[in-house]
Design a binder for this molecule. Structure first.
Ligand SMILES: [Zn+2]
Length: 166
């Protein structure tokens, strides 16, 4: 057997495999779309039609194999109690697209609040919150400068005047 690029002793599904086993076996190396893979926050590892592990993705690596460049995901299985894990672990494959790869990509409703999105201040960086740390303050200060002559008092008076009664 050729040396596995990830240094693993086994690949594939076996009885009573743990979530760690399933993640190690399933995280690569596969034909992957780098763009797509690096945008995902969670991966479902599917073996024999059942979700064997739900992992948080922290990175992506590429490996040259006999059949071309293949990708692997880095990360770790989610801990018990994580809502995304609880929603999918042990369930039947929600993707069911006939793919031979055990790593499933799909848009999971449970992951929406964890997805990376552009920082709302407009800086062009990505964050998994509304703002990167400190950027909310920056965005407010910018508006105070642009619309209220740099006066926080004017902003507050404006809000008090126009905001719906609490
Ligand atoms: Zn920002």
């Amino acid at each position: 057997m050729p040396l596995d690029p990830l240094g693993r002793a086994f690949i594939g599904c076996f009885p009573r495999m743990t979530e760690d086993d399933a993640w190690e076996a399933g995280r690569g190396v596969w034909k992957m779309n780098r763009e797509k893979a690096s945008r995902q926050r969670f991966a479902l590892i599917v073996g024999e039609g059942v979700v064997r592990a739900v992992a948080e993705i922290t990175g992506y690596t590429e490996h040259t194999t006999a059949t071309g460049v293949r990708g692997a995901l880095e990360g770790q299985p989610l801990l018990a109690g994580h809502p995304v894990r609880e929603a999918y672990l042990g369930q039947s494959d929600p993707v069911a697209n006939g793919s031979q790869n055990p790593v499933g990509y799909c848009d999971l409703p449970e992951e929406q609040s964890y997805l990376m999105r552009p920082c709302a201040c407009g800086c062009g960086e990505d964050t998994d919150r509304d703002f990167l740390p400190g950027h909310d303050v920056r965005a407010i200060q910018q508006r105070v400068r642009d619309h209220f002559d740099g006066s926080p008092l004017k902003l507050i008076q404006f809000i008090d005047q126009h905001a719906p009664a609490a």
